[in-house]
Write a new protein. Structure first.
Length: 484
C-alpha cells in the first residue's frame, strides 16, 4: 500500500510517452489515488467496525488487485485515471482494516506496541522504497509492472487471510447514516484537494475556496454527529488530548517526509544529473531510517514518557532537515544520506508511538474509525507537505531565477524557466548554447537555494511540533504489559 503512494513517480516519463496524457490528465493520474484514499479512509474504517474488519480487508484485496490489473494494462489516460481512482477506493478499505485488526488481535499493550511498530516500519519504509522499486522495475520492464507487483500480495492475502485473521466488529453499530457518509467524504476530499491545488497553483483563491468549503462541510458533519445516538464517527475521541496531539504529530511527520521527497528526485536527477534509479537509491536512507526508528519504539516506550519519545523523534527529523539544508550543487552523499536517515528515523520513531496512542485511546469496537482518522492524518500531512513546502520552494526559485538571469535571455524563455526546474531544462535546450548554459547555471543555483531554505523552514516547523508534543504529552505514559 505504501509503496504504491510513491512508486508511480518513477514511471511518469514512460507512461507519458506511451499514453500521451494532457498535463491535466497527468496530474490526475498522479493525484487521484491519494485523493480517493484520503477521502474514504475514515468512512471505510467506520464501515469495517460495522460489517467486520476482516471482511472489509478481504473485499478490499479483491478490489485492489482488480484495479492494479486494470492500471497495468490501461490503454489510454482516462482508463489509467479510473484505475488509480479504484486503487484509492480499494486502498481505503485495506489500510484502516489492518490497524484496527491489530488493535483487536493484540490485547496485551506491549504486544500491540510491537505489532504496531512492525506495521509502521512497513508503512514508513514502503514510501521510501517506492522510488527504488520503481527504478528497478523500469530498468527491465514496461511502466505497467509497477502496478502488477500488487497482485501476488493480494493473492496471498486472499489465500491465508480467512484462516489466520480473526473477525471482529462493533457488536452494536446502530443504523448507518448515508448523509453523514456523504458529508464526511465531501469534507475530506475538499480539504485534500485544496492543499493539492495550493501545491500545484500556489495559495490563490481556488485553493482557499476548496479549504473553506471543506471546513464548512466538516462543521456540518460535526453538528450532525452530535445529534445522532450512534454517530458514524465518535467525536468524543477528539476530546482526548493524547489522541489529538498524536493525530497532529502524524500530520507533522508525514509533512516532513513528503517535503523531502518532493525536492529530492529533482535535485538528484536534474541538478546532479543522475538516473531515476540512482535518485531512488539516494532516498533509500530515508526508508531505512524509518524502519529502524519504528522498530526501536517498544524498547523506548517502556522506559520513557510518550511525549519525550515523540518529541525526540521529531527533533531528530528536524536535525535531519538541517543537514539536508547544507546540500549544494556538487552533492555531498554523506550529508544526503545522514540527513535522510535522521529524518526517516525520527518520523518512524514519532509516528509509530502516536499510532499506538491513537488506537489505544479508542475502544475496541471503534478501532476502525480511529485507524481511519490516523491514516487520514497521514494523507493530509502528505498533501500539506507538498502544498506548503512545495509552494515556498517554488516562490523562492522563481524570484531567484528572475533576479539573476542575464539580460540577453529572451523574456519568454526567462518567464518559462521560472515555472519548474524541468521546464528550465527544456527551455535551455532550445536556446543557443551559451545562453542555454547560463540559464541552466542560474536555474540550478536557484533551485538548490530554494531547496535549502525550504528545508530550513521545514526544520523549524517540525521542531515546533516536537516541542508541542513533548509538552502536551509530558505526563502521558503508554500502557504497560499486563502483569508488569
Amino acid at each position: 500500500m505504501s509503496i504504491d503512494l510513491t512508486v508511480l513517480s518513477m514511471a511518469v516519463p514512460a507512461l507519458s510517452a506511451d499514453l500521451e496524457p494532457t498535463s491535466a490528465q497527468l496530474l490526475w493520474i498522479i493525484d487521484v489515488y491519494g485523493v480517493f484514499l484520503a477521502g474514504l479512509l475514515i468512512l471505510m474504517g467506520s464501515l469495517g467496525d460495522r460489517i467486520g474488519r476482516r471482511r472489509l480487508l478481504l473485499t478490499g484485496a479483491v478490489a485492489f488487485g482488480a484495479a492494479s490489473l486494470l492500471a497495468a494494462f490501461a490503454w489510454n489516460a482516462e482508463a489509467l485515471i479510473l484505475a488509480r481512482a479504484l486503487l484509492g477506493l480499494g486502498g481505503a478499505t485495506l489500510m484502516p482494516s489492518t490497524l484496527s485488526l491489530i488493535r483487536n488481535i493484540f490485547e496485551d499493550p506491549a504486544q500491540r506496541r510491537r505489532a504496531i511498530s512492525v506495521w509502521a516500519a512497513a508503512f514508513a519504509g514502503g514510501a521510501g522504497l517506492g522510488p527504488v522499486v520503481g527504478g528497478l522495475l523500469l530498468e527491465h520492464f514496461w511502466w505497467g509492472s509497477v502496478f502488477l507487483i500488487n497482485l501476488p500480495v493480494m493473492v496471498l492475502l486472499l489465500a491465508v487471510g480467512p484462516f489466520l485473521l480473526p473477525e471482529s466488529r462493533d457488536p452494536r453499530p446502530g443504523p448507518f447514516d448515508p448523509l453523514s457518509a456523504v458529508l464526511l467524504i465531501a469534507a475530506v476530499l475538499a480539504v485534500v484537494f485544496g492543499f493539492k491545488e495550493a501545491g500545484r497553483l500556489g495559495w490563490g483563491p481556488q485553493a482557499a475556496a476548496w479549504l473553506a468549503a471543506g471546513a464548512l462541510v466538516a462543521a456540518l458533519f460535526g453538528m450532525r454527529q452530535r445529534r445522532l445516538v450512534r454517530p458514524l464517527l465518535d467525536l468524543t475521541l477528539l476530546r482526548s488530548l493524547p489522541f489529538c496531539v498524536a493525530v497532529f504529530t502524524n500530520i507533522a511527520g508525514v509533512f516532513a517526509m513528503t517535503g523531502m521527497l518532493y525536492f529530492f528526485p529533482q535535485y538528484v536527477q536534474i541538478v546532479l544529473g543522475r538516473s531515476a534509479l540512482e535518485a531512488g537509491l539516494w532516498a533509500l536512507p530515508l526508508a531505512v531510517g524509518a524502519i529502524l526508528g519504528s522498530l526501536t519504539v517498544p524498547a523506548l516506550a517502556r522506559r520513557f514518557p510518550a511525549g519525550l519519545v515523540i518529541g525526540l523523534g521529531l527533533a531528530l527529523a528536524a536535525t535531519g532537515y538541517l543537514l539536508l539544508s547544507l546540500l549544494d550543487a556538487s552533492g555531498v552523499p554523506a550529508l544526503a544520506f545522514g540527513g535522510g536517515a535522521l529524518l526517516g528515523g525520527g518520523v518512524g520513531l514519532a509516528n509509530t508511538l502516536t499510532n499506538d496512542v491513537i488506537v489505544s485511546a479508542a475502544p475496541p469496537d471503534r478501532a476502525g474509525a480511529a485507524a481511519g482518522i490516523s491514516e487520514t492524518a497521514y494523507e493530509l500531512g502528505g498533501a500539506m507537505g507538498t502544498a506548503v513546502l512545495g509552494s515556498i520552494g517554488a516562490q523562492i526559485y522563481a524570484s531567484r531565477v528572475l533576479a539573476e538571469l542575464p539580460a540577453q535571455i529572451p523574456p519568454a524563455a526567462a518567464e518559462a524557466a521560472t515555472r519548474t526546474l524541468a521546464t528550465a531544462e527544456r527551455v535551455a535546450a532550445a536556446l543557443p548554447a551559451a545562453q542555454g548554459r547560463e540559464l541552466l547555471t542560474t536555474a540550478h543555483s536557484a533551485f538548490v537555494d530554494a531547496m535549502s531554505r525550504t528545508f530550513l523552514t521545514g526544520a523549524l516547523i517540525v521542531a515546533a511540533a516536537a516541542v508541542t508534543a513533548a509538552l502536551a504529552l509530558r505526563k502521558h505514559h503508554v500502557a504497560a504489559a499486563a502483569g508488569h
